[in-house]
Design a protein around this ligand. Sequence first.
Ligand SMILES: C[S@@+](CC[C@H](N)C(=O)[O-])C[C@H]1O[C@@H](n2cnc3c(N)ncnc32)[C@H](O)[C@@H]1O
Length: 272
Amino acid sequence: MNKLKKHKLILSRRLNQNEELKKIASIENKTLQNVLNAFKLAKTNTHKKEDIIAFNNCETYRDKLLIDATEITYEIFSLDETALVQDICRKAASKEKWCRFLYYMVKNTENPNILEIGTNLGISGSYMLEAMKGKNGKFITMEGLPQLCSISAAQFSTIVSPSNFEVVQGLYDDTFPKVIEKDITYDLIFIDGNHKKEPTRDYFNALKSKIKQSAIFVFDDIYWSDGMKETWEIIKKDSNVNFSMDMYEQGIVVIDKNESLPKKHFNLHLSY
Ligand SMILES: C[S@@+](CC[C@H](N)C(=O)[O-])C[C@H]1O[C@@H](n2cnc3c(N)ncnc32)[C@H](O)[C@@H]1O
């Protein structure tokens, strides 16, 4: 999608946003309301003291990475390439507002089990773990690059006990079949790695049966390519999906096994 089209689309969403928010607010579904509240809280600049402390911890970590000149090698992807941590962080880590959105969804979930596909340097992971502090939950995150796994795991252990998280290292073709075998069901699944049509669709299809009574799926970069756009359309239409929200940068779906309302779709805008 060219830039002009993108901005037109986002502008029309911003103009209709209040109406969309009212429609969502009128639906009595706990998981959908969690998404709505997290969206509203992520958009505001007023946060509780404990949340500001959590955000500052994560942004201090980001700042540290942004001046880190450690070289990372891409051998695992059969690439004869290297990149500096600071450049990887600048290009791949989720932006602050999107991280806050994840944070608030996790914070409002009792004993959350979370799966993240795409650890990178653990920026989004740090936010989710900050929100998990003091709760009984498990955060499983998957990454191919071994050096990024070590950096992230070291950071995560400054936030929660090692028993609350697991960084699964390896190519998803090898690790996903093992992760799916784990005896765990999830509240939130963040798919932020391998942004391609077939893998994204396959992860969703396999993970649909690995959720608690209800769950939130967050897909990053749904407009990244024609393939991702096609996958997002397929996911939205999936018969298990109750609610979907197109936020341009991300697509959110809620599956609630107890919900009987007909499927509903919303368009929102959180941030560029
Ligand atoms: C966009 S980054 C994740 C960013 C992270 N969630 C954050 O916001 O801080 C995606 C990560 O997925 C990893 N990745 C992509 N494809 C992969 C694959 N097929 N197997 C293993 N790791 C993969 C990349 O190495 C990269 O670090």
